[in-house]
Write a new protein. Structure first.
Length: 388
């Protein structure tokens, strides 16, 4: 265990790495591609001459150098440890959960009881590391190097389960050339989507492995291993058929935008999203301008097609105008009919009014005629009396 002087030296080394990183970041020599979650920092506690719980939670220690150091029981959870050198370091019971160890060198390190759950282990070198009792749940082992590792049953079970999961759901991330395959049970691993080119299966037990759909044409495998997988000795023709190249699916190159938007995507080409680390708003705007050409209409190269489009548009416009004229004429005729009907109704109403007026006048005239003869009769009677 380190004494007080060694502990001070280690702390100064960590501070030096942090200062070096900050200076490079300030000078623009590096760019931040990963950010750790913000969590409270732990302090360094000393009990006698032993360090306990050295805390670097959420620290950015990219490109740090800790080769051969005693960091047992330290907490590096959710820290950025990209390209950090931990070779031959004492990392017993260290907490790397959620940490980014991309490109880190852990060769020869003692990782007994270490927690690597949820960590990013892209291209991480574990060659010759002690990995007894390690926790690897949900770790990303893409291109990780796991050769000549010292691992016990607990760690091996974790590794087996993780490899099975990656092979089933993320086969493109599994590089069997960097794994010690003699430690694994291949019968439980779905290898159909895994790239087997250049894989050395020397010493691997193939009992129970389904090789019917595997392309074994470019890997190192013996007829004895094929017999193990089949449960019998294959004939010459069957062996040749098994080792023959299988029909390979064309590798996915990305999203082809060359034929989108009426050929307006040709300046853009193919977007390889498999290697894309993300896109900013500014880059997205640039891509949009390339695709849509600053709002410009796509150039029409086929004059016949253009003429046909214009002809179709003229026919549609003419048909629309004729239909519109027909509708207007129908509405006009309807309006005239309504007006004519209204006029007839008004005339009929006037005739009825005159007829009623005449009927009211006739009785008065009849009464006048009846009264007049009565007066005329009375006059002779009066003359008769005068004569007498």
């Amino acid at each position: 265990m380190p004494d007080d002087d060694k502990l001070d030296k280690l702390w100064k080394k960590i501070q030096s790495s942090q200062e070096e990183y900050d200076q490079k970041l300030k000078n623009g020599e590096i760019s931040v591609t990963w950010s750790a979650a913000a969590r409270p920092e732990n302090e360094i506690f000393q009990v006698g001459h032993k360090t306990e719980g050295i805390g670097f939670v959420g620290k950015n220690l990219e490109n740090g150098h800790f080769a051969g150091e005693d960091l047992s029981d330290a907490n590096f959870s959710v820290s950025n440890l990209t390209n950090v050198d931990f070779s031959n370091a004492n990392l017993r019971n260290v907490d790397f959960s959620g940490a980014n160890l991309t490109g880190a060198n852990l060769s020869g390190a003692d990782l007994t009881g270490a927690i690597l759950s949820g960590s990013v282990l892209h291209r991480t070198n574990f060659t010759g590391a002690k990995m007894r009792g390690v926790k690897l749940i949900d770790a990303d082992l893409e291109e990780a190097i796991l050769l000549d590792i010292d691992i016990d049953d607990i760690g091996l079970e974790e590794l087996q389960n993780l490899i099975e999961y990656i092979a089933k759901y993320y086969p493109h991330k599994l590089n069997l050339k960097k794994l010690n395959l003699t430690l694994l049970n291949l019968a439980k691993i779905d290898l159909r989507g895994v790239d087997l080119r250049g894989v050395d299966f020397t010493g691997v037990d193939f009992t129970g492995v389904n090789i019917a759909e595997l392309d074994l044409s470019e890997c190192i495998i013996t007829p004895q291993q094929i017999a193990q997988a089949l449960g019998r000795v294959p004939g010459r023709e069957e062996l040749a058929r098994i080792l023959a190249p299988k029909n390979k699916k064309q590798a996915w190159k990305g999203i082809d935008l060359t034929n989108l938007f009426l050929d307006d995507g040709r300046p853009f080409g193919v977007w390889d999203v498999t290697k894309d680390k993300g896109i900013s708003i500014e880059e997205l705007m640039k891509l949009g301008k390339k695709i849509f050409g600053h709002g410009k209409k796509p150039t029409v190269k086929d004059e016949d097609a253009l003429a046909d489009v214009k002809s179709q548009q003229e026919i549609q416009a003419k048909s629309h105008n004729e239909e519109l004229r027909k509708i207007i004429e129908e509405r006009k005729q309807q309006e005239l009919a309504n007006r004519k009907q209204m006029k007839e109704m008004m005339n009929a109403s006037k005739e009825n009014a005159k007829s009623n007026e005449i009927k009211n006048v006739e009785p008065k005239q009849v009464n006048a005629e009846k009264v007049k003869p009565a007066k005329e009769i009375a006059q002779p009677s009066r003359h008769y009396n005068q004569g007498r």
